[in-house]
Design a protein around this ligand. Structure first.
Ligand code: K7E
Ligand code: CUA
Length: 625
């Protein structure tokens, strides 16, 4: 262990002595102690070990970053592992006043008319199937994908809404060299979007779509690759093949019944739904050859006309997650109401395709024979949702109904351990646990409910995430943390893979309205367009007054000329609902119509110095005549 860790050891033992003493004390004489405060934790030695393993002493750093989806908050949260401390919030699809996101001209344009999003699956960029620490992609149910640059932890691009895709849940899964971020529609609709068909024509006139978003290998820039027309199922989750299955993509789908109404009943009639297996390299080739029909402005490939791209693997009914093993040999998927999960063998899938071992078709897409492609049904427990991996063939499956995590072995298929979760686990994430080389030391259960394991905060209860030690044969629950809603998937990356900057270097700032010297700051006018170039530096804005006429179109460009870590300045203008934050070395603009007459103070929102409170000025809007 490193020096920091050793230094921390003293704190730990001191703290533990205190914890143990207090624990003995409170256990006896605190009638108001939360239920379970004394029941849980087991023997003191277990608590001591757990505390030591998760304790990151003041000044010490976590080993990993965890990027967690924020669900319908539209954000991504950054936590440290193993401390489970919340380090940062990255606004993606939702304005976030704390960083001024969604208020300045650029981020406002990026958000457009949609000011919320529903993020489920963050996806770290990969090189050769391993996280490379460059970008984080994140889906939005509104048919969009965003790219966050891990150099500065900022959202740089929001792509979409993508034509024909409705309800982009099965996204933003990247392929092993970040060639594509894949998406699929959860809600089939008549396409192109905007066309209408009666609901009783659902089985024939509604369609699902799979879309490949092309990623520029240098810049991470996203553009539309190609789309494939799919039967009207609900495509739920996906995972890219790797190693043995590189070049393929897998998507679970439910509602093979093509039912409408209360799907809870109508879509659970059949014993099996499907995992769609797509040869994405073949699809890429077909698209390059110009195959496909123009639908909604994009080329959509119909597998009926271009056979050999898509196959359906029967799977337990109403499946949720699909996960490819680190070597790419197995595809793990299950019905979420079942007690088993199925390991499909990719080689057998290939053999079945070659031998045309089909049991039928769906809209011309061959259905493979279940018995021919499965290796095992692993009795993991009730309600299997998602699987993550460790080294040495270890697999971990979340069990929603059992509220537990099952550990089992790829190849021998034995279930070797179980650990209960509190409560109702959805996704789980292991350290680099969906790459070609999982680390296998930490696992986090992302639970849907917290069930009173915290001080009550009223009806809107926090979600709970639990840290599990998976270094040994038996899993050990170490820590409960309460995370922001709504935790779906998260990914954990080794901290030393990221090298974030803390200051934007002056040389990099090419903003046309940037001013680095207070001499150049000031207000210029062209007709009724006013531009104010403002310098922000501890602890004043230059100029300290901006005069305009009522009705002017005003652009305020603020350059923070600091080159020091953590020296952010804010620029808030109360009555105009404006609030931006400018990081060191950055220039940001806000444009607005000065429609209200009067004198409006502006001030710095980020505490920047002893005289931060003095960092203020006035916007003077003079009336006409
Ligand atoms: Cu919550 Cu991946 Cu949207 Cu599973 S998803 S639990
Ligand atoms: Cu600048 Cu406070």
């Amino acid at each position: 262990m490193n020096k920091q860790k050793q230094r921390g050891t003293w704190f730990v033992w001191g703290l533990l002595a205190l914890v143990i003493t207090l624990g003995a004390f409170l256990g006896r004489c605190a009638p108001g102690a939360p239920r379970g405060a004394k029941q849980r934790g087991g023997a003191t030695s277990d608590v001591a070990v757990a505390a030591q393993k998760t304790y990151v002493a003041p000044g010490d750093l976590d080993e990993y970053y965890m990027f967690a989806s924020g669900g319908h908050s539209g954000q991504v949260y950054v936590y440290g592992i193993p401390s489970m401390r919340h380090l940062s919030t990255i606004p993606v699809y939702t304005p976030y006043p704390a960083t001024g996101y969604g208020f300045d001209d650029d981020s406002r344009a990026m958000l457009g008319s949609l000011t919320w999003g529903d993020v489920h699956h963050p996806s770290l960029s990969e090189t050769n199937g391993d996280y490379d620490g460059r970008w984080l992609f994140a889906n939005d149910m509104n048919g969009r994908v965003a790219r966050i640059d891990l150099r500065d932890f900022k959202t740089k691009q929001i792509f979409g809404p993508v034509p024909n895709v409705s309800g982009n849940h099965a996204s933003a899964f990247v392929t092993p060299n970040t060639e594509y971020s894949m998406m699929a529609s959860r809600f089939s609709i008549p396409i192109p979007k905007g066309s209408v068909a009666p609901i009783d024509k659902y089985a024939t006139d509604y369609k699902g779509v799979v879309a490949a978003i092309k990623i520029d290998p240098k810049t991470g820039g996203m553009s539309l690759g190609w789309e494939i027309l799919m039967p009207p199922f609900d495509y739920d989750l996906g995972d890219a093949g790797k190693g043995a299955s590189d070049g393929w993509m897998f998507w679970t789908s439910y509602n093979a019944e093509r039912a409408t109404g209360a799907l809870e009943v109508t879509s659970t009639q059949r014993d099996r739904d499907y995992i769609a297996a797509i040869d994405w390299r073949a699809a890429e080739k077909a698209a390059a050859e110009g195959k496909g029909d123009l639908v909604g402005g994009v080329k959509v490939i119909d597998p009926r006309k271009v056979p050999g791209l898509v196959y359906l693997m029967p799977c337990g009914k109403s499946p949720h997650g699909v996960d490819v093993s680190p070597d790419g040999k197995w595809i793990i998927g299950s019905g979420k109401l079942q007690g088993v999960t199925t390991a499909f063998n990719f080689e057998k899938v290939q053999t079945a395709i070659r031998n045309q071992d089909f049991t039928g078709d769906e809209d011309g897409i061959p259905v493979l024979k279940y018995e021919s492609i499965k290796d095992a049904e692993v009795p993991v427990g009730l309600g299997p949702l998602h699987t993550q991996f460790g080294p040495n063939g270890d697999a971990y499956t979340s069990l929603f109904v059992d509220s537990a995590i099952a550990k089992w072995k790829l190849g021998t298929w034995e279930v070797v351990d179980k650990v209960p979760m509190s409560y109702s686990i959805g996704h789980l994430t292991a350290a680099e646990g969906d790459t070609v080389s999982p680390d296998g030391n930490w696992l986090v259960g992302l639970n849907k409910l917290s069930h009173g394991r915290h001080l009550s905060v009223g009806p809107s209860q926090p979600e709970s995430s639990q840290l599990v030690d998976i270094t040994e044969e038996k899993m050990k629950l170490l820590y409960d943390a309460f995370t922001e809603p709504e935790p779906h998937y998260a990914q954990i990356i080794k901290a030393d893979k990221l090298h974030p900057i803390e200051v934007y270097p002056k040389e990099e700032n090419r903003h046309p309205l940037a001013v680095w010297d207070v001499k150049d700051a000031g207000v210029t006018r062209q007709g009724n367009k006013v531009t104010a170039r403002v310098v922000a530096v501890r602890s004043t804005f230059t100029p300290t007054a901006i005069e305009v006429n009522q009705g002017d179109l005003v652009t305020i460009a603020v350059t923070n000329i600091e080159q020091t870590t953590d020296e952010l300045h804010g620029f808030a203008l109360l009555d105009y609902n404006l609030n931006i934050v400018i990081d060191p070395g950055e220039t940001k603009t806000i444009t607005f119509k000065a429609d209200k007459k009067g004198v409006f103070p502006y001030y710095c929102t980020n505490f920047c110095s002893a005289l931060h409170q003095e960092m203020q000025g006035y916007l003077i809007v003079k009336g006409r005549g």
